[in-house]
Design a protein around this ligand. Structure first.
Ligand SMILES: [Zn+2]
Length: 376
């Protein structure tokens, strides 16, 4: 009946890394980036150059001139908004891990981080603040469906459901494009180790979306090119497999993380998905979020397999540089020298091997930061 959730809501559900995601609701109609963006910088204020005015110009935290524009690396830091019951400690923790992701994958924006606690009224207040903020930022903001309502509980749903998400607010009718990172108080909560890799996971979605310029309508019934380039509408293998594997791998190399972390996580994903996946006929790229088989887990293994053979550079820099111009299938073939169908078929053979042979492709922690502390 109406515009539903804002897109690419990816919710990491309970427990270990059992996850679920809401697909992108929205669509790409054209590749034009901001045809009319006069008011894009209302909130940034500082337009830098006096001769050629950069509509995305900002002043960086260090005082130099910079740019804050979708898909362009930026000096800007994310804007953080927390519910009133969320501690500054949680804000700092979130930013700490956000910055680790940025240092690894590049700084993209604009990003607004919303951190939800346990209090419904506080989450409601944050929804009101969000609504007012964007009404002021964008004259095309549609209060009736872009702000929270009975069918669109932007933040309050996290009180019950927990999880984390990225919403991509890059729509045909909006002038101010941004991504919203939502973190909550459970599944995982900030006191859990999982909160850290989940923050990295969500940031990887920002990396993915920043390489796509297309705009969606905001109506889930409309076709959206962004879905296709993310690996298919409601088929999480590529986007979630990539976010999950890259996040766990990055996390495993951080100071103080136990030596076998990545092996343990990938072994757990393997044990929970291998038999089920191998004994059914739906190919990985067609598994949906509703499937019995966890496409996040098998997808993570697919990306591990892909990177083992092609190298991380071909994935991160090669594929993601090509994706928007070439589309998914061609960018895939260009960088990995096989079609995605061939690659999935090869992966299926790989995934039928004995567990020890499968596990052998997972790199051990680099340990660069671990020499100083002998004890785990
Ligand atoms: Zn995700």
């Amino acid at each position: 009946m109406n515009k539903l959730l804002a897109i690419s809501l990816c919710v990491i559900l309970a427990g270990a890394s059992l996850s679920g995601c809401f697909g992108e609701r929205g669509d790409t109609i054209d590749d034009a980036l901001h045809n009319d963006d006069e008011d894009i910088n209302q909130h940034n204020g500082n337009v830098s150059d006096e001769t050629t005015v950069n509509p995305y110009g900002i002043i960086c935290p260090d005082g130099s001139n910079g740019t804050l524009q979708w898909g362009v690396m930026t000096c800007a830091e994310p804007e953080v908004f927390k519910a009133s019951d969320v501690s500054n400690e949680t804000v700092n923790l979130t930013l700490q891990w956000y910055k680790i992701a940025v240092a690894e994958w590049g700084n993209y924006g604009p990003v607004e981080i919303y951190i939800i606690g346990n209090d419904t009224d506080a989450a409601k207040q944050l929804e009101d603040d969000y609504c007012e903020r964007h009404k002021a930022l964008d004259s095309n903001w549609k209060e009736e469906w872009d702000c929270a309502n009975d069918n669109y509980q932007i933040f309050t749903r996290y009180i019950e459901d927990g999880g984390a998400a990225i919403s991509t607010l890059k729509r045909t009718y909006l002038d101010y494009d941004f991504m919203m990172m939502i973190m909550s108080a459970k599944y995982p909560g900030p006191e859990e180790e999982d909160y850290k890799p989940v923050t990295l996971h969500e940031y990887f979605h920002i990396f993915q979306h920043s390489h796509l310029e297309g705009e969606c309508t905001g109506d889930s019934r409309d076709a959206c090119e962004r879905d296709v380039k993310m690996g298919g509408k409601d088929t999480p293998w590529w986007s979630e497999g990539g976010a999950e594997y890259m996040a766990q791998k990055l996390y495993s190399n951080q100071e103080g993380v136990r030596a076998n972390y990545l092996q343990d996580v990938m072994r757990w994903k393997l044990d929970s998905s291998r038999e089920g996946y191998n004994n059914q006929n739906v190919s990985l790229n067609n598994l949906t979020r509703d499937s019995q088989i966890n496409a996040y887990d098998v997808g993570s293994w697919f990306i591990a397999y892909l990177i083992h053979h092609e190298g991380e550079d071909a994935f991160l820099n090669g594929f993601y540089t090509d994706i928007d111009d070439l589309g998914f299938n061609l960018a895939f073939e260009n960088n990995f020298n096989k079609t995605k169908y061939q690659y999935v078929a090869d992966f299926d053979m790989f995934f039928k091997q004995p567990v020890e042979d499968i596990m052998a492709i997972i790199p051990s922690n680099t340990g660069i930061n671990q020499d100083s502390s002998m004890d785990n």
